[in-house]
Design a protein around this ligand. Structure first.
Ligand code: ADP
Ligand code: MG
Length: 689
């Protein structure tokens, strides 16, 4: 969806007292069906859309330059003040023509080219003093391409004048659109009405809406334009936040409250085989009070890799089970779902709770059995992938949805969950902190907990970028650790070798399969036991091989990034990552989170191209996953983060969300605290595209 199409999701109608501004653009002079269609491509259907069409940026008319300087600046747009020396019209047949106007100042001569505007020959005369503003191109020497013409009768805007620049589409020019918007403001601007209470505008430092609409299209200066832009952005942000808020209040009271007494709470925390960290206890407390309410919990737990999020989630599931409800525990991969299931089952069973695993690869009969137990309430916790929320999965009483590594789920999968459980408590977990802007715009109603403490007894992990000749010593280094009884991962981003790779790079970009074959050729490694896992293996085979590694029967695991989440083997102390330049910062950090899970010191050896040196250095220096994720975000930009594009909807009007974070927060708070304002904005219709 284009940004312009998204503009339609603004709350509509309410800002107008008069009916007219909502009328179609064809009511405006000079707009027939053809032009209306072109405007529609910009998301402009009615006059109101025009009034609210936000220019992309402001252009400032610069001081004129000399012809000599203009000739030196091919590619840029300049203004020159010149005298006309010659005018020549060439016709190419049909409607095509070229008027070449030779102009000069004391510094030199340049041509201005007017394509298909034969009238220009009459318009300018030799000896006239004119201004020209346009792009300098290289047409057998520097020339000005289709410049704007200023004459003494009708001069160009003076230097320093600011002009809004609109988003364009074929057949709609900048000047045309600007004039259209200005005439729309002149005739219909009065119909714009401010709905926000005055005190709120004052507090936020925003101009009233009618004023903002007018100055967006004809700003006196940059500051006025920016204020107008922010006011218009706030209008759409508030619409989104109000809708989220209304959805939330609409839901409230529909979840099942699970209350446990203090003694029970303490008893649950005692069930773990380890003492929970202070942070884990704190979040357990937050979950306890969330779950005790009938308004559905929406909580995101952010915690670095290895901070122990699973234990926290388990607590929530136990609380719900105590009150007779069921929990769905969803992981992004089967591997991780299995890991959770096998890891948590003993604890759950000791507590007298029944759980099972539902994945896509389950045999039909087994699947039916699981589903039956679920429907009849024979299961307290069901682990699985997004299959947990497919249409045929029916819960007796689903009270809690736990979503692990939530950033890896697509928008569609989240929607499927929302379908099943609008009134279900939801616990989201992630090791990748979502920037606050994003969290707010995706779910204005989300509460966030930070798991900011690592469990004790973890060995130090050192990370090193290994280069040049030293790379050859890596196998020996790994062998040494394995001989000492430790275990290792060897990660290759790809399964097979690069198919179209040339001879030379083939050696460099080995797939996991090739690496596995190579390593096995070495007798020492073969004796220590090597396994290979990747995403293309059948689930059972993969589980079998992982088990061998987990039990220590294989000391070395060659793998693709499938092991990025979920594999938990405390004896593993070495990780080699090949072609690490292919992986992002956050992903590399997540990968190395597989080691250092036991008390022994661990090392992560990065093999990768110097193109990614910056990333490797950061990993060497920094162990804080949150800092790394932020840096990752800065490097790749907001747009790249999972799910952001699809949810651009909620960020509409914000080209740079970080810059306007205050507006987003203000919109969220306003929607929360002022039901009257919320109702006004949240009920706004969505025009159909
Ligand atoms: P993540 O936050 O990455 O999901 P996990 O929940 O997988 O982390 O926990 C990582 C490891 O730490 C697991 O082996 C888990 O059993 C262990 N663990 C979790 N909490 C504690 C604790 N309080 N004390 C000791 N070990 C813990
Ligand atoms: Mg986890």
């Amino acid at each position: 969806m284009t940004r312009s199409a998204m503009n339609r999701t603004r709350p509509i109608l309410k800002n107008f007292m008069m009916q007219d501004p909502i009328g179609p653009v064809t009511r405006l002079e000079g707009i027939g069906p053809v032009r209306a269609q072109r405007l529609a491509r910009l998301g402009v259907a009615c006059i109101r859309d025009l009034l609210f069409l936000l220019p992309r940026r402001l252009r400032e008319w610069a001081e004129p330059v000399s012809v000599a300087e203009a000739s030196d600046r091919v590619g840029s747009t300049v203004t020159v003040r010149v005298r006309v020396r010659g005018v020549r019209l060439t016709r190419f047949g049909g409607r095509r023509s070229l008027v070449r106007v030779k102009v000069a100042d004391e510094s030199g001569e340049i041509d201005a080219l007017f394509f298909n505007q034969p009238w220009m020959r009459e318009h300018v005369r030799v000896g006239d003093d004119v201004e020209l503003h346009g792009r300098v191109v290289d047409a057998k020497g520097a020339a000005l391409a289709s410049p704007k013409l200023g004459t003494s009768a009708k001069p160009l805007p003076s230097p320093g004048t600011v002009v809004p620049e609109y988003p364009l589409t074929d057949g709609v020019s900048q000047d045309f659109l600007a004039a259209l918007c200005r005439s729309a403001v002149a005739r219909y601007g009065d119909g714009v009405v401010e709905l926000l209470p005055h005190d709120i505008l004052t507090r936020l430092g925003l101009p009233p809406l009618p004023e903002a609409v007018a100055s967006a299209h004809a700003p006196a200066n940059a500051a006025e334009f920016d204020a107008a832009r922010r006011r218009l952005a706030f209008e759409s942000l508030l619409g989104v936040q109000a809708r989220l808020q209304l959805a939330r209040t609409g839901r409230s009271g529909r979840a099942t409250a699970a209350r446990i007494a203090d003694a029970r709470h303490a008893a649950l925390l005692d069930r773990y085989p380890f003492a929970l960290t202070v942070a884990q206890r704190r979040i357990a407390g937050e979950l306890r009070s969330d779950l005790a309410r009938t308004s559905p919990m929406r909580r995101l737990v952010q915690g670095d890799v290895g901070s122990g999020k699973t234990a926290v989630a388990l607590y929530a599931a136990m609380v719900v089970a105590e009150s007779g409800g069921q929990s769905a525990f969803m992981a992004p991969t089967e591997l991780l779902a299995e890991q959770h299931f096998f890891g948590l089952r003993p604890l759950l069973e000791r507590a007298g709770l029944a759980c099972d695993l539902l994945t896509g690869s389950l045999a039909r009969r087994d699947r039916r059995q699981v589903l039956e137990r679920l429907e009849h309430g024979g299961l307290h916790v069901l682990f699985g992938t997004h299959a947990l929320f497919s249409a045929d999965v029916r819960y007796k009483r689903l009270d809690l949805a736990i979503i692990d590594e939530q950033h890896r789920f697509g928008v569609g999968q989240r929607a499927a969950l929302a379908d099943k459980g609008d009134d279900v408590h939801t616990l989201l977990m992630t090791a990748t902190p979502i920037p606050r802007t994003l969290a707010l715009s995706l779910y204005g109603d989300l509460d966030v907990s930070l798991l900011d403490e690592m469990p004790p007894g973890r060995g130090e992990v050192t990370t090193r970028w290994v280069r040049g000749a030293e790379r050859r010593r890596v196998p020996a280094l790994v062998r040494e650790r394995l001989a000492a009884g430790e275990q290792a991962y060897w990660v290759c981003p790809r399964i097979g070798a690069e198919e179209d790779a040339e001879e030379e790079s083939l050696a460099r970009i080995a797939g996991a399969e090739q690496r596995f074959a190579r390593i096995q050729e070495s007798e020492v490694f073969a004796q220590l036991g090597v396994e290979l896992v990747h995403g293309r293996l059948p689930a059972e085979e993969r589980a079998r091989r992982l088990d061998r590694f987990r039990r220590g029967e294989a000391k070395l695991l060659v793998a693709t990034t499938v092991i990025e989440v979920g594999v938990d083997v405390p004896a593993a102390t070495v990780m080699v990552i090949e072609n690490a330049e292919r992986l992002g910062l956050a992903q590399l950090h997540q990968l190395r989170g597989r080691i250092g899970r036991g008390p022994a010191p661990s090392q992560c050896l990065i093999l990768g191209d110097a193109v990614a040196e910056h990333r490797f250095r950061l990993l060497e220096e920094c162990r804080d996953g949150f800092l790394l994720a932020e840096e990752d975000l800065r490097q790749r930009g907001m747009g790249d983060l999972a799910g952001v594009r699809q949810s651009g909807d909620n960020l509409e009007g914000l080209d740079d969300p970080e810059r306007d974070l205050d507006l987003l927060i203000a919109a969220r708070d306003l929607a929360r605290e002022r039901p009257d304002v919320c109702a006004l904005y949240g009920a706004g219709e969505r025009a159909t595209p």
